[in-house]
Design a protein around this ligand. Structure first.
Ligand code: ATP
Length: 260
């Protein structure tokens, strides 16, 4: 008798042959991938690879030129409004009214979603309970990112999308954000994230799609991608030490929510 190991691979997002052209420039060239329910899925790639374009099409914020996108059984062509109800999207910093406090901003967003929330509980989930009266512009880079993650969670989404959430943050603030993203995953929320940082993808993502020139050139778990490279005979030029300069920095300065 044959036994099969059943891996939890139920797709919550299915992208098939997705294409996007800006005039005669093909930014996304027929890509296909699935995001599994409950995972942290990373879109990696150099500047201009097509990550943001892909993300914003799935978020229903940009029109595609071709292909199919299904989000939790909903087709982006005919059910974009239903998709908006079940996803959380980070606003750009400019989207936060400068004169409102964090509490007022959360209440405003909750009102837009018609979703009652406990603002203090929401802020404490992202380590900002003592900033309830502060304005967005008064926050540090890490605090701004944590607040914007809180805003993605207001409508209790099934999926959140984070576009380079740790760019420009110091190592401790990045790790705080990774912990927060892991907590979001632990609550059962699927996370789709773009990043330039390979260490971030390696530590955080269950699976990654590597994009280049509008195509997906690799898709797997970070471990499998690395193991395949090693199996192909690849060797690092320099012997890897057990710690790096970032570890030194963190052991000198690191503590919880240090990015105050
Ligand atoms: P980055 O990491 O720099 O954000 P990315 O992988 O997210 O890059 P996109 O922002 O998706 O890349 O851009 C993909 C390509 O499409 C780039 O060459 C970009 O210049 C082009 N592009 C993006 N938006 C537009 C637009 N509105 N009009 C014309 N070209 C665009």
């Amino acid at each position: 008798m044959l036994y099969f190991c059943v891996v939890q691979t139920k797709p919550i997002i299915t992208v098939k042959d997705l294409q996007k052209s800006y005039g005669d420039f093909h930014a996304v060239k027929g890509i296909s991938f699935e995001v599994y329910n409950g995972e942290i899925f990373g879109l990696l790639g150099p500047n201009g690879a097509g990550k943001t374009t892909t993300l914003e099409i799935i978020e229903t914020l940009r029109e595609k030129s071709g292909g199919t996108v299904i989000v939790d059984g909903l087709n982006i062509d005919s059910q974009a409004n239903d998709i908006k109800q079940i996803i959380g999207v980070q606003l750009q910093a400019a989207g936060y009214y400068p004169s409102l406090s964090l509490t007022e901003l959360l209440e405003l967003f909750a009102g837009l979603y018609n979703m009652p929330i406990n603002t203090l509980e929401m802020l404490s989930r992202v380590g900002l309970e003592d900033k309830a009266k502060a304005k967005f512009k008064e926050l540090s880079g890490g605090q701004k990112q944590r607040f914007s993650i809180a805003t993605t969670l207001i409508n209790k989404p099934k999926i959140i999308f984070l576009d380079e959430p740790t760019t420009g943050l110091d190592p401790q603030a990045r790790r705080n954000l990774w912990d927060l993203i892991r907590e979001v995953k632990a609550m059962g929320t699927t996370v789709v994230i773009t990043t330039h940082y390979m260490d971030e993808a390696e530590q955080l993502c269950d699976r990654v799609a590597v994009m280049e020139g509008g195509k997906v050139i690799a898709l797997d778990t970070p471990d499998t991608l690395i193991d395949n490279l090693v199996a192909s005979g690849f060797e690092r030029k320099k012997e890897v030490k057990k710690a790096n300069l970032e570890d030194v920095f963190l052991s000198l300065t690191g503590q919880e929510w240090r990015d105050e």
